[in-house]
Design a binder for this molecule. Structure first.
Ligand SMILES: NC(=O)c1ccc[n+]([C@@H]2O[C@H](COP(=O)([O-])OP(=O)(O)OC[C@H]3O[C@@H](n4cnc5c(N)ncnc54)[C@H](OP(=O)(O)O)[C@@H]3O)[C@@H](O)[C@H]2O)c1
Length: 318
């Protein structure tokens, strides 16, 4: 079977089927110098007394761990984030043992209040943030959860909405550090957001259908990047999105029963390119190259609808 054909699967786990298909669809489509403090593009931490600060969400393992480790080696103070304290502290220890600087902060993105508290804590302790990498993600939710405590479809919340809220809450620090960068770790698995059914009440995972919760959340991250790029024009804060690599050898991929075919290093190379190179703002990269994105990302009305819905869901409406 060609790797780009839709496979016939008879897995009893619908989510595994759907996420595999999402990843396979992604595979069939068309996807590093550090910052002067205050210039995430050119930041050279060693040439400035101010240590640039980076927050990498979901850096207790997988792609985020590797990116956090590289940023630590470049001279950033790295805020390692995730839920698992033991793994988070191990990442911090590894960065420190290589003469880097890091700390761990725990927040479960299945609860928006924990996202707010994470942001409040960072605002209390730092007056600038050079780099925000919105990376934490899940392919599907553990167990039978249909809604988070915030009433939101869980994959949409962890992958997209929590990061929307976090970005809003940390914007003052990013603006203070400008030039600063935001990177949304998205995916080539993208499905249009149905604004009449964002919570996917009418969607049932079925054989042959892509993993809509994941693919919708990943496209939402790209709409977010494009929308924010317009909003942040002229501020010195850039935002881009990328598909890092296809089927990296990470927990998310192995949990879905997929044979990895890319390394975490490959994905980290793609992320680091957006950290270090002059790529502008409002771009979508697949692996190391600018790439075509789902047409909904170019729809200004869809971006406006998503922004308004997100402000409402995140309780940010004035
Ligand atoms: N793997 C691939 O081939 C691939 C391809 C395209 C895009 N991506 C994207 O790359 C990013 C990283 O994926 P990965 O493959 O490295 O996954 P991973 O190894 O499973 O790591 C996921 C990270 O997200 C954190 N996380 C998960 N649920 C969370 C929650 N509820 N609250 C807070 N943090 C949470 C995890 O922290 P804890 O375990 O501590 O909770 C972990 O650090 C994701 O956004 C993914 O969509 C991956």
């Amino acid at each position: 079977m060609s790797e780009c054909m839709t496979p016939r699967l008879s897995s009893p786990n619908a989510w595994i089927v759907s996420i595999m298909l999402a990843f396979m669809l992604a595979a069939c489509q068309g996807d590093p110098s550090p910052p002067e403090a205050g210039d995430a593009a050119a930041a050279d931490p060693e040439s400035d007394s101010v240590v640039p600060v980076a927050l990498v969400t979901g850096s207790t393992r997988g792609l985020g761990e590797e990116v956090a480790t590289r940023l630590g080696a470049m001279g950033y103070h790295v805020i390692v984030h995730g839920r698992n304290i033991e793994r988070g502290e191990a990442v911090v220890a590894a960065i420190e043992s290589a003469d880097g600087s890091a700390e761990f902060r725990r927040a479960d993105f299945l609860e928006l209040q924990q996202v707010r508290e994470l942001a409040v804590g960072i605002r209390e302790d730092f007056d600038r943030l050079e780099l925000l990498i919105n990376n934490a993600g899940i392919g599907s939710v553990d167990g039978e959860m249909e809604r988070t405590v915030d009433g939101v479809e869980p994959v949409f919340q962890v992958n997209y909405l929590a990061h929307f809220l976090l970005t809003e809450e940390l914007l003052p620090l990013l603006r203070a550090a400008a030039p600063a960068r935001i990177i949304n770790v998205s995916s080539a698995a993208q499905a249009a957001i149905d604004f009449d059914d964002v919570m996917l009440e009418r969607w049932e995972p079925v054989e042959g259908q892509i993993g809509r919760p994941y693919a919708q959340s990943k496209l939402a991250q790209i709409l977010h990047a494009f929308d924010m790029a317009e909003r942040l024009e002229g501020t010195g804060v850039t935002i881009n999105a990328l598909h890092p690599a296809t089927f990296m050898d990470t927990y998310m991929v192995r949990r879905a029963g997929i044979e990895p075919r890319a390394t975490v290093d490959e994905g980290a190379d793609a992320v680091m390119q957006l950290v270090t190179d002059d790529v502008g703002s409002g771009q979508y990269y697949r692996d190391m190259q600018p790439a075509q994105v789902h047409e909904q990302a170019d729809d200004a009305e869809a971006r406006r609808k998503l922004r308004e819905l997100s402000l409402e869901l995140a309780d940010l409406v004035q």
